[in-house]
Design a protein around this ligand. Structure first.
Ligand SMILES: NC(=O)c1ccc[n+]([C@@H]2O[C@H](COP(=O)([O-])OP(=O)(O)OC[C@H]3O[C@@H](n4cnc5c(N)ncnc54)[C@H](OP(=O)(O)O)[C@@H]3O)[C@@H](O)[C@H]2O)c1
Length: 321
């Protein structure tokens, strides 16, 4: 099979077509023939070498890609679900665990990482859902706020921030989005009730406290603004650090008055029930994918360069096969 991979870590240009043996199924796995794969920030971390230690046990070439849409190609022995060959599916891939990521014609995955594709979406749209949708769902699950609560979403103009905003609205939370003025209308369309101009964590926290003197109930810090945001939280509020970089010690004086949670999507990779929920949210229109561009997989290097330049709105999706 053909894939897009790398044999040395580095800039986008290290990505190139590679030929690999067709992977065989194993018990409780399915083989998916990939139609489209979304390009995520995490793929750039794999490519650049930021995850080299985690990949050390796998020989090159390494193949990035954490979310795909495709059809069932082969059903392994002993699967629990009634998969049928040709069935459209979405799947979340962990190149750190499965070795070969989603930029490939075939992926073999535990069936728990696969779910029926959402109704009514084209493959490129559906490809933006599995990983970012799971991360967004994990974030709102961990924040676990009551209806009517207020949540601050940083990086709300991005794909993950957009999904967190949409799921937060579905839970009946009031969303205060942090976004650039040029993105204000777009994040309101996603469901944000208010928009505060982006800036440092302290700037954003000050703006929120001016409007909400009692403080917000929760923060989903998708843009990684960090502990500077904490003054925006009310006593007993909950801070979701999606980058796993905020040790409790960094909370300083706030440690005693706020809760810290660290939603990392690997906790939901293999949770078939959660992936099916993401697919169902897309079918019902709660999660609305945004595509920046759809390009053939051989243009993966250009896609990485474009993503790393910043300012992208929606995902670049690679068409495969
Ligand atoms: N915890 C997890 O399991 C998990 C899962 C998936 C993703 N992530 C992380 O979540 C982050 C966002 O991912 P994504 O897929 O949503 O990426 P994305 O689509 O590229 O969106 C990132 C958004 O954040 C905005 N942004 C950047 N710096 C900002 C700042 N200082 N203040 C406000 N907004 C800012 C960007 O705006 P500009 O383009 O204008 O800079 C962009 O709109 C990435 O760091 C990713 O690694 C974590």
């Amino acid at each position: 099979m053909r894939a897009i991979g790398l044999v040395e870590f580095g800039p986008p240009e290290v990505l190139h077509p590679v030929d690999l043996p067709d992977p065989p199924t194993r018990p409780a796995t399915v083989r998916v023939r990939v139609r489209a794969a979304a390009v995520n920030p995490a793929d750039t971390y794999l490519r650049s070498g930021a995850q080299a230690a985690a990949l050390a046990s796998w020989p090159p070439p390494w193949v990035p890609g954490m979310e795909v849409v495709g059809v069932i190609d082969t059903v392994g022995a002993g699967t629990r679900e009634a998969w049928s060959v040709g069935q459209p599916v979405v799947a979340v891939v962990s190149p750190l665990q499965q070795h070969v990521g989603g930029y490939s014609e075939l992926v073999v995955l535990p069936e728990t990482q696969v779910a029926p594709a959402p109704a009514r979406l084209d493959p490129a749209e559906a490809a933006t859902l599995p990983m970012a949708g799971l991360a967004a769902l994990l974030t709102v699950d961990q924040l676990a706020l009551g209806r009517g609560s207020t949540i601050v979403v940083t990086g709300a103009a991005g794909v993950l921030g957009g999904y967190v905003t949409q799921l937060a609205r579905e839970r009946g939370w009031q969303v205060i989005a942090d976004a650039a003025p040029r993105d204000a209308a777009a994040v309101r369309r996603l469901g944000a009730d208010e928009v505060v101009a982006r800036g440092s964590g302290r700037d954003v926290a000050r703006r929120i406290r001016q409007r909400h003197p009692g403080g917000a109930d929760g923060i989903a810090d998708v843009a990684d603004l960090g502990p500077g945001l904490l003054p925006a939280l009310r006593d007993g509020g909950r801070f979701a650090d999606l980058h796993g970089r905020t040790p409790s010690a960094a909370l300083g004086r706030d440690a005693a008055r706020v809760d810290l949670v660290a939603p990392i999507v690997s906790d939901y990779i293999g949770r078939a029930d959660k992936l099916r929920s993401v697919s169902a949210y897309a079918s019902s229109g709660v999660l609305v994918p945004r595509i920046a561009e759809t390009v053939p997989a051989v243009r993966a290097a250009q896609a990485h360069r474009r993503l790393e330049r910043g300012g992208l709105r929606g995902r670049i999706v690679l068409t495969v096969g």
